[in-house]
Design a protein around this ligand. Structure first.
Ligand code: ATP
Length: 379
C-alpha cells in the first residue's frame, strides 16, 4: 500500500432527507477509514438543505451556500425529497440548480454485476458498463410551455458557458390546450461530453464507445449529436458505434455483455441507466456522479425512501460506491479501488445473513458500513 503526501480534502456533505442521512453516515465512515489507510485526511462541511430544512425555514438553497460549496473539493449527497413537498420544488431548487451552477455536464452511472446479487438476466454475469449521460441539455433545459390557445414566450437562458435568447410564437388551429418543450444540443455541449467519454474509454482500455441516438426520428437534435460525436471520436482515436436507443434497450435487456462505455443525450441516459440499474444490483447498489470542470457531486441513485428512513433497513452500498467514485475523482485512485473492492469482497465473502436487508440479509445500515470499513482496514 503506498501513501501519497498527506493531503486534506474539504468535502461538502448534503445528507438531505429520509435515508439520505442514514446512508451518508456510512459513506463518511468508509471514506474516513480509506483516508487513514491511504494517508490523506478529510475535513467535512455539512450543509442542511433538503425537504426538512425547506419545511422548517422556507429556504431551498441560497446562493451563498453555492459560493461556500465552491470552497470544497467535492460534494457527497444523500437523497432529497419528502412527500410533504410538491414534486419539482427541491429537484429544480437544489439538484438542477447545483448541476447548472457548477456546470456539471457529465452524469456518470456505472452498472456492475455484484457477487451473490441476483440479476433478472440468464446471462447477467459480468456486466461492467458505464453510462456517460450528458447532464445539462436535451429536454432538460427547462424550456417548457403550456397554453390553452397560443404560446407567446421569450427565452432567456443563462448557463456558465453560453446564453440562449429568443422568442417563441406558436398557435394550434383549431384552438385547444397544448404543450411544447424545447430540447437543446449545442456543439460545445456534445463535444465536451464526447471527449469525456473518450477519456473514460481510454482509462478502461477500450477502443470504442457506443452512442445512443435516434436521428431517424429526431433528425436535427440527434443528427447534430452524431455529427459532432463522429468528429470528436475520430480526433481522439476512439471508434464510435451509433445505435438507436430503442434497439440499444432491446439488446441490453437480452445480452448486455460486450458493452462498455455508452454515451447518451440527457433523456436517453436517464432511461438507459435505470434499465441497467434494474439489470444489475438494483437501487441500493447504483452510484452516480455529476462531474464538471469545477465542483463535482457524488450521490446514490436512489431517493430518500421515507418509508424506511431511520429504521436501519437502508442499504448504504450505493452511497459507499458513490464515495468511491468521488475518491477516484479526487485522484485518490488506490483508495477508490479499495472501497470498491471492499464492497465486492463483502458481498462475495460475508454470509448472506450479514448482507443488507434490501438484499435479503439481516444487517442494519450501520452494520453494513462497519463490515465494508473492516475489510478496508485489513487490506
Ligand atoms: P425519488 O423520486 O426521490 O427517486 P422514489 O420514491 O421514486 O424516490 P426511492 O426513494 O429511491 O424512490 O425508493 C423507492 C423504494 O425502494 C423505497 O421506498 C424503498 O423501499 C426502496 N429503496 C430505495 N433505496 C433503497 C436503499 N438504499 N435501501 C433499501 N431500500 C431502498
Amino acid at each position: 500500500m503506498t501513501h501519497d503526501a498527506k493531503m486534506t480534502y474539504r468535502i461538502g456533505l448534503l445528507p438531505g432527507d429520509g435515508i439520505g442521512k442514514d446512508v451518508i453516515t456510512e459513506a463518511r465512515k468508509v471514506v474516513e477509514t480509506a483516508a487513514s489507510s491511504f494517508g490523506f485526511s478529510v475535513e467535512w462541511r455539512e450543509f442542511p438543505y433538503g425537504a426538512e430544512h425547506y419545511l422548517n425555514t422556507g429556504e431551498i438553497l441560497p446562493d451563498e451556500a453555492l459560493e461556500e460549496m465552491q470552497q470544497c473539493c467535492a460534494l457527497l449527497q444523500g437523497a432529497i425529497g419528502d412527500p410533504r413537498v410538491p414534486p419539482g420544488v427541491l429537484e429544480r431548487g437544489i439538484l438542477l440548480k447545483t448541476r447548472f451552477y457548477f456546470d456539471q455536464y457529465v452524469n456518470l452511472r456505472p452498472a456492475l454485476t455484484y457477487p451473490n446479487v441476483p440479476t433478472p438476466l440468464k446471462r447477467g454475469e459480468g456486466i461492467d458498463i458505464v453510462v456517460v449521460r450528458e447532464n445539462t441539455e436535451d429536454l432538460y433545459v427547462g424550456l417548457g410551455f403550456l397554453s390553452n390557445e397560443e404560446i407567446e414566450a421569450t427565452v432567456d437562458m443563462k448557463r456558465p458557458s453560453y446564453t440562449l435568447k429568443g422568442a417563441l410564437s406558436l398557435k394550434v388551429d383549431p384552438s385547444m390546450k397544448f404543450a411544447a418543450q424545447l430540447a437543446l444540443a449545442t456543439e460545445m455541449g456534445v463535444r465536451r461530453i464526447t471527449r469525456y467519454a473518450c477519456n473514460l474509454a481510454r482509462r478502461r482500455k477500450a477502443s470504442e464507445i457506443v452512442l445512443a441516438t435516434k436521428s431517424n426520428a429526431v433528425k436535427e437534435l440527434y443528427g447534430l449529436w452524431e455529427e459532432i460525436a463522429k468528429e470528436e471520436t475520430s480526433k481522439e482515436g476512439i471508434s464510435l458505434k451509433l445505435v438507436n436507443v430503442d434497439a440499444l434497450c432491446y439488446q441490453l435487456a437480452r445480452d448486455p455483455s460486450g458493452y462498455g462505455v455508452i454515451l447518451c443525450p440527457n433523456l436517453f441516459g436517464d432511461i438507459v441507466s435505470d434499465l441497467l440499474a434494474g439489470l444489475t444490483g438494483g437501487l441500493g447498489l447504483s452510484p452516480s456522479a455529476n462531474i464538471g470542470d469545477g465542483l463535482s457531486m457524488f450521490e446514490p441513485v436512489h431517493g430518500s425512501a421515507p418509508d424506511i428512513a431511520g429504521t436501519g433497513r437502508a442499504n448504504p452500498l450505493a452511497a459507499i460506491l458513490s464515495a468511491s467514485l468521488m475518491l477516484e475523482h479526487l485522484t485518490q485512485v488506490e483508495a477508490s479501488e479499495a472501497v470498491k473492492n471492499a464492497v465486492l469482497e463483502y458481498l462475495r465473502a460475508f454470509p448472506r445473513q450479514r448482507h443488507p436487508m434490501e438484499l435479503g440479509g439481516e444487517a442494519t445500515t450501520s452494520e453494513v458500513g462497519d463490515s465494508v470499513a473492516s475489510i478496508i482496514q485489513r487490506m
